[in-house]
Design a protein around this ligand. Sequence first.
Ligand code: NAG
Ligand code: NAG
Ligand code: NAG
Ligand code: NAG
Ligand code: NAG
Ligand code: NAG
Ligand code: NAG
Ligand code: NAG
Length: 405
Amino acid sequence: MKSPNSNAQTQYPFNSISKLFNLQQHLLHSLTYFLLLGCGVTLGIIISFNLKDYTFSLHFTQFSLSAGHRLPAPPLLQLNETTQASNKSHIHIGLKEYLKPPPVMHDMDDEELLWRASMAPRIQDYPFERVPKVAFLFLTRGPVLMAPLWEKFFKGHEGYYSIYVHSNPSYNGTLNGTDPETSVFQGRRIPSKEVEWGKVNMIEAERRLLANALLDLSNQRFVLLSETCIPLFNFSTIYSYLMNSTQNYVMAYDDPSPVGRGRYSHHMSPEISIQQWRKGSQWFEMNRELALEVVSDRKYFPLFQKYCKHSCYADEHYLPTFVSLKFWEGNSNRSLTWVDWSKGGPHPAKFLWNEVTVEFLESMRSKQCKYNGGNSTNACFLFARKFLPSALTRLLRLAPKVMQF
Ligand SMILES: *[C@@H]1O[C@H](CO)[C@@H](O)[C@H](O)[C@H]1NC(C)=O
Ligand SMILES: *[C@@H]1O[C@H](CO)[C@@H](O)[C@H](O)[C@H]1NC(C)=O
Ligand SMILES: *[C@@H]1O[C@H](CO)[C@@H](O)[C@H](O)[C@H]1NC(C)=O
Ligand SMILES: *[C@@H]1O[C@H](CO)[C@@H](O)[C@H](O)[C@H]1NC(C)=O
Ligand SMILES: *[C@@H]1O[C@H](CO)[C@@H](O)[C@H](O)[C@H]1NC(C)=O
Ligand SMILES: *[C@@H]1O[C@H](CO)[C@@H](O)[C@H](O)[C@H]1NC(C)=O
Ligand SMILES: *[C@@H]1O[C@H](CO)[C@@H](O)[C@H](O)[C@H]1NC(C)=O
Ligand SMILES: *[C@@H]1O[C@H](CO)[C@@H](O)[C@H](O)[C@H]1NC(C)=O
């Protein structure tokens, strides 16, 4: 059994100065005080600590001695001790405070964000009542096109999900057909960067979404969706499917053809061999443990950043390869998101209003797959793509009858 978060980041994305310095100071303080008292020095002594630049000095009324125990001033993460001290009576940092989901907007850069998100508790049992949530990660160009359908899907299940939207920074519009005041997507956009189809910055965006969602300690399952994705079942069905699952859903297979192994670069050796190279859909679903590993990966991802360029399509190879290399045991090797590749070409089929029928939706819902490894089966797909805005009206009409929401 691998220890959770075995490749967690150990480097700091900021200048870190060990707090041991403080301890040394305190020891020095006590020791000096003790020695001075012990020697019966009863002169008026002021021992002062300048916490700002960590100068340690002793001032005697009759003579002055500056011990000059000068430590380098920490350039970052410097607390304003005055402010802290003056407000001590109001400060109450307990578990509740710690468990509060942080605001979706923040000013961390990617390096800082990934580091912050890579933290994991070592004690597996929770000393409090915990409602695990599903994090829905929307990777979009502009608006979530199927937003009205998702609004209906989420209605009444507050507290069991969280939503994160990563959209192109140039997109400044709002959502179509949703009331910005009450929309579940309101205020859920994370600090985002440019994403180009098939480029490695797509994975950077996926890791950014995962990292933001990891900051909320209640998020237990993480699903990646696009603006054209729809849910195939109601919330309670999807929630129990995911929460009861013992597996991750990262599609991975070995494709010996030019569009599989043909995209491997020998520069990735010896860390990744051609036999270990995998392909699969980018639309994943994973648990918290795997999400932590993905944001903490500093070994394989840089190889993709460097060597998976042009016609390599990192989004089809990074997660399948990374997960198959190190975490294949918990992986089902299949995606929960239905997609139609039967029409050929580099993009899957898109569905317009006339193709949305009860039979079509039922056909996607009724496919059966192995669930949790053993003999039990369950639905193969919980989500489907790609649906165009013109399909929305029909989907909204059929949702109560077919999907039961
Ligand atoms: C600390 O806070 C006090 C009160 O808010 C302020 O006057 C002082 O300038 C701050 N010092 C530093 C180093 O930021
Ligand atoms: C102390 O805390 C209160 C509220 O908790 C805040 O309004 C006030 O500005 C704080 N004072 C300082 C000096 O930071
Ligand atoms: C959105 O961007 C367009 C063009 O970049 C600009 O003309 C428009 O004013 C922006 N709208 C808002 C609400 O910021
Ligand atoms: C909103 O809907 C209208 C009409 O359906 C469409 O023309 C427009 O492009 C949509 N805007 C966005 C931001 O999706
Ligand atoms: C959700 O769908 C399932 C069938 O998939 C159904 O048994 C259940 O009653 C539905 N839940 C709600 C709240 O409608
Ligand atoms: C998931 O587990 C819960 C509690 O263990 C149970 O009530 C529920 O029926 C299960 N759902 C599925 C889909 O197996
Ligand atoms: C997933 O694929 C790996 C090889 O990459 C294999 O070892 C593993 O048994 C597969 N898991 C399932 C559930 O098929
Ligand atoms: C799965 O089914 C096979 C054949 O029906 C049976 O031999 C096996 O014990 C079952 N495994 C489990 C884990 O139930």
